[in-house]
Design a binder for this molecule. Sequence first.
Ligand SMILES: Nc1ncnc2c1ncn2[C@@H]1O[C@H](COP(=O)(O)OP(=O)(O)OP(=O)(O)O)[C@@H](O)[C@H]1O
Length: 813
Amino acid sequence: MTFLSERDSGSIASNAQVLELIDPGTEGHLEFIRRAHQRSTAAGLDTTAKVDIAPPAGNTLKELIEKNNRLKSCALPFMETLYEQVVNTHSMVLLTDASGTIIESLGDDDFLVKAQKVALAPGVTWSEEHKGTNAIGTALIEELPTVVHGQDHFLDVNRFLTCSAAPIFDPNGVAIGVLDVTGDYRSYHRHTMGLVRMSAQMIENHLFNSSFQDAIIVQFHQRGEFLGSVVEGAAAFSPGGKFLAANRAAMVQFGMSSNALKSHTFSSLFGMPLSALIDHYRTCNPIPLILCLHNGNQVTAKASLGSVGRGRIFDSVGLVKNNADAAVVQNQAPATQKANTTCQKSRHLSSLKYLNTGDNQVARIIDKVCKVIDKDIPILILGETGTGKEILAQAIHNDSPRQDKPFVAVNCASIPETLIESELFGYEDGAFTGAKKKGSQGRILQANGGTLFLDEIGDMPISLQARLLRVLQERVVTPLGSQKSIPVNLQVICATHRNLRDQITAGLFREDLYYRLHGLVVRLPALRERTDLEKIIQRILENESHNPRIQVSAEVMNAFTTHSWPGNIRQLTNILRTASVMTDEHEMIEWDHLPDDFLDEWRALRLDQQSTREAPSCAPVAPVEKHTPQVAQPARPQFNVRSNFSTETKGSGFQTKAVPASHAQQRNTGKANHSMFDVQVHRGQNTSAPARPVQQKANGLDQTFNKFREGRFDSWQSPAKTVGRDDFGSTTAQPPHRFKEDGFDARPYDARSQGYLGSRQAARTPVENPINLDDLESKAIQEALENCRGNVSAAARMLGISRNTIYRRLNSK
Ligand SMILES: Nc1ncnc2c1ncn2[C@@H]1O[C@H](COP(=O)(O)OP(=O)(O)OP(=O)(O)O)[C@@H](O)[C@H]1O
């Protein structure tokens, strides 16, 4: 028969398999004992050997106990409970260390005397090597619960004993000791083994919980009523979702050993993004979740967020915020230190410096933020979802003098409107009738002295905005049901992906609050706008992957760099996390390792891109196959690969003309509505030449967009000297936002006055060989960006359009 080990098998022994081995008389048990005897003989032991009962020398026992102090103190209460179950049955309860040396014993007096005679006493080693087949030593070798009964013992002197032992595993799956009940063989009872196994499991659970106080712990069971019981599964994850450890019941439910689980993450095991779990637990009274394990089994689960929940650790890079946390980490037992090195290692990374990965826009943001740190200036972080707003807020806090005080994050969008007031402001004892009688401090007071991060501030109910404004202005908070105002000292950082101005117009956001929050406003670029994608990927892999050498293949990197990343860094993190698990032991993330939903999105965006580029109907749309990424380029704008349009333009005399909307619509059915302008471009001389396909665009635009992406607007020289408006047939440098061409009065666009391209002169100009509207729209944006030195908000204001329109245009390049 196959012998099972919890350490080296891909799956762990099922209960039925274990029962087969521990039931004396069964075939499985006989074989199990035969093997142990073979090992004992091979070790040179003699069945008739006498027992050395001399007590351990000098300080050996004291040192042994000190070394195993944590195990002993965790196990003792459970040993006592176990002993209560077997008291007066001529038995004793024993605890050993990983070598099988007894470190604690409790027993009936009469039996303790007998046990002394065979050296069943603290300080004596009961490994197989020393004592031959015996429950303690054999359980350690097999790493399985073991019954060695009477004649099963290798040494004749021990054959009056019956022993039931279970190894105790630490949270990393390493056997660190054995719990054993030994008695007179005549007192054998099958149930004893069950009691021992359950007690060992309780000790392990206790060790587990005390080892991962800062981690995210998920407790789960297929039967919800078993949550909280000894058989509930518990798995610990780093703040970034990386698997750290699981208890025995979790391994059974996952059907994987501790080793096999090490390459997993929260999302690969539970099929849910960690961010969703965290969001769920940031609500006031989270209900248990129904999750689906990777093997399809449905479980009821609850979680504790550890440091994340206490507002100290927030991201995939495993950030520990303050020194107190570091102390907690350092005080932990050796077995858990490994699991926490990620946190320790990353501590220094939770800083603004860490976030500066080479993108100029981000560098400028960090520069600005550094200047206002601790200046009592509120910071408003804008940016699409997943761009790292929360990470930035945490880094600001960590780099501020408030770093040892709390960082409290409140997601205004995820807390139900009815609860947000009490969640934020707290409430007095008795403020509520019903169950919630006890008062609560509220998140604002919790953040006192530190930083309050109000995420998704745009979703804050308008009814509460006035109260928040008061807190910010008067620096006092008044809990619900209280007359007393409590002074608070806070750094407030807010974030939103919404356009707060639009919210104000729509009556959803108070203008006075907007201006109160409007201290330093920074906008984190979307991932597709950043120039440091490779560095970010490297960072994420360092933090997310179990394999330090893992890399992304050139093919996949190409897809990544050309993708538009609607979910930004969060999406990238999740994809890399999953992909690195899929690589198994390989060191290269290949196309096949990418999740299907990403491939679908990649394909969809790419096809969308192809259709919006108005490719000639005869142009083939390259199929995007999962295994042929090199054939198909995705939707991401190709800023640096286009085109020869501009060089040819000059020679061929391309000129731009504005035309009435109706003309444009006739030519661009269904497209004109999406454009800001109704324009045409005609060739001055070569009128017979066909209009160029849309994919061919002006070099000047390429360079403009490249500049924008690389954040080089700060050093932008006169456009005439650099990227040449020559490319458009004009070198007019002054006024900067004006360029003029023969037959075309191209003025800066003013949406309110319908200026720019709607000129009468343009409308009068004959139209020939029109080309697409996109280039002209882009050109106007280019002008505006140049004039505003890359400031998108200012450019948007200048053009009278939304920033989103600009981004959409940039992203379609
Ligand atoms: N510079 C970075 N390096 C590595 N990972 C990052 C970086 N910035 C963000 N992340 C990761 O991206 C994910 C999203 O980050 P974060 O929650 O800060 O974004 P967000 O903009 O606040 O999102 P939302 O608007 O949805 O709340 C997190 O897993 C975070 O760890």
